[in-house]
Design a protein around this ligand. Structure first.
Ligand SMILES: C[S@@+](CC[C@H](N)C(=O)[O-])C[C@H]1O[C@@H](n2cnc3c(N)ncnc32)[C@H](O)[C@@H]1O
Length: 213
């Protein structure tokens, strides 16, 4: 019995104007053909949240960044069916590519939902949230732009809280203890639904970029 071959990422790249493997600033205004505010999701996984957001908020443009091939293929299958024009997928590692992918102040929002916690101590260096990555993400946000994160991993939540609170260009939107365990204004991600079904506590962190004088 012959099985249908999985669609290769390269063929998506060739055929699909919504896919980028960027090596330089793409010029988002020209790329989207409009100047709507841009939201970035780093690590979109299977892309559920990105798609749901793009449907719910058509007045925004969405850029998703990930390097998970299976997730990208799944997202494109559904994207084709839905025919959404306000999504682009930028392939790659956010640590390497966000520095050149957006101009200063170009993003309205950044979402980082359930970043890999790398629980083993010797792997902590691989975590996405570090003072220098936060400084980079903050630089890309417009004044009053939002950085929103979620994790089920308490130690990583506390580490992120400490790093983010120390960035003087960001203001924490939650009073002490500095996070909330409920986020109901936006769609749920795949991981979020799974963790909630398991009864796990989720830590939501929300920051706004402090406008400079
Ligand atoms: C734990 S999954 C969460 C997926 C999704 N956000 C959700 O909540 O269902 C983490 C995702 O982040 C991606 N990822 C990890 N590090 C990344 C990086 N440096 N740049 C871009 N994506 C990354 C992984 O490939 C994976 O798809």
């Amino acid at each position: 019995m012959s099985s249908k071959p999985l669609l290769k990422l390269e063929s998506i790249a060739e055929e699909n104007p919504h896919y980028l493997d960027p090596e330089e600033y793409p010029g988002w205004r020209e790329h989207f053909g409009n100047d709507r505010p841009i939201t970035l999701e780093i690590g979109f996984g299977n892309g559920n949240f990105l798609l749901d957001m793009a449907v719910r908020f058509p007045e925004y443009n969405y850029v998703g960044m990930d390097f998970y091939h299976k997730g990208i293929r799944r997202l494109f299958t559904r994207l084709q069916r839905l025919g959404l024009e306000n999504i682009r997928v930028a392939y790659g590692d956010a640590k390497e590519k966000v520095p050149f992918l957006f101009q200063e102040g170009e993003l309205a929002e950044i979402y980082i939902n359930f970043p890999d916690p790398w629980p083993k101590k010797r792997h902590h260096k691989r975590r996405l949230i570090k003072p220098h990555t936060v400084a980079c993400f903050r630089e890309k946000l417009a004044p009053e732009g939002r950085l929103r994160l979620a994790t089920d991993h308490e130690p990583y939540a506390m580490e992120m809280l400490e790093i983010l609170n120390q960035d003087s260009g960001l203001r924490n939107l939650h009073p002490a203890p500095g996070f909330t365990n409920l986020r109901e204004d936006i769609p749920r991600t795949k991981y979020e639904k799974n963790f909630l079904n398991q009864g796990k506590t989720i830590y939501y962190l929300d920051y706004v970029k402090v406008p400079t004088a």
